[in-house]
Design a protein around this ligand. Structure first.
Ligand SMILES: C[S@@+](CC[C@H](N)C(=O)[O-])C[C@H]1O[C@@H](n2cnc3c(N)ncnc32)[C@H](O)[C@@H]1O
Length: 246
């Protein structure tokens, strides 16, 4: 049942991601970031292509990186549907090895928090530093997840595709550990109707979060410095990082 971050978004969960996601990230802040700090750019955790494809369609040189071949296959299909040519790389951020450097590296949401092991998070930041041009910037949004109200356990969120296929998700359980800054949420995904599901998958979705400057400390260890913090109120903060002038 326990899966690591790069295995979570596969199979039925990749299929269900877009129809069941809560909010769609607007592409505008990321387009502004790339226009300000320059190309080429790298979107980490690009998944099925939001906002990656909008930025490429706007004429920007952006590569998408994601660890899930299933999410990247959906991205390829959507790119083809929109007539967009986009470079996609299937690698884990903490192990990424690309043969070019970038002036802008960004996450379009708090995907960095899916890397819950501190050593892997440090390695991900180290690889971001290694792939930044000397005057490049990285944009990393972070937030503090809230606890799911147990009254919501067992409530299904459903989506019906135009062909009549259905996908649905519910929270079965959650372990929210403030002291460890870690939440493990057990989700049940279902394909097909409640009466006759054709596939049921239970998967644990894990997130960590950062308190008291611990993210800044990790960034420093990776050779990055926080240049600026953008406050999004209850949606968290985005950190703009550059390479430490050592
Ligand atoms: C919340 S989703 C974001 C999806 C994306 N915005 C989209 O339009 O589909 C997080 C994405 O991060 C990817 N991911 C998770 N862990 C990763 C890792 N260690 N390295 C690279 N990508 C990862 C997942 O495969 C997933 O596609």
């Amino acid at each position: 049942l326990l899966v690591s971050s790069q295995e979570f978004y596969t199979g039925l969960i990749a299929l269900a991601y877009a129809p069941l996601r809560g909010t769609v990230a607007p592409s505008e802040p990321y387009e502004r970031f790339v226009r300000r700090y320059g190309e080429p750019a790298l979107e980490i955790g690009c998944g099925h292509g939001e906002p990656l494809l909008d930025l490429v369609a706007a004429g920007l040189d952006v590569t998408g990186l994601d660890s899930s071949p299933d999410m990247l296959a959906l991205c390829a299909a959507e790119a083809q549907r929109r007539g967009i040519a986009v470079t996609r790389v299937c690698q884990r951020m903490e192990l990424m090895r690309l043969d070019r450097k970038f002036r802008s590296i960004y996450f379009a949401g708090p995907t960095f928090q899916l890397v819950t092991e501190p050593e892997a998070a440090l390695e991900a930041l180290t690889q971001i530093a290694a792939h930044l041009e000397p005057d490049g910037r990285a944009l990393i949004p972070l937030f503090t997840p809230s606890q799911t109200d147990p009254a919501m356990f067992g409530e299904w969120r459903e989506h019906t595709f135009p062909n009549g296929d259905m996908v649905a998700v519910t929270t079965l359980d959650q372990s929210y550990r403030v002291n460890e800054q870690r939440v493990d949420t057990t989700l049940r995904y279902r394909r097909g109707s409640a009466d006759s599901p054709t596939e049921v998958v239970d998967r644990v979705w894990s997130l960590c979060w950062y308190v008291n400057g611990s993210f800044e400390q990790l960034a420093t260890r990776a050779g990055l410095a926080v240049e600026r913090v953008i406050d999004h109120g209850s949606f968290g903060q985005s950190f703009v990082l550059n390479i430490c002038a050592a």
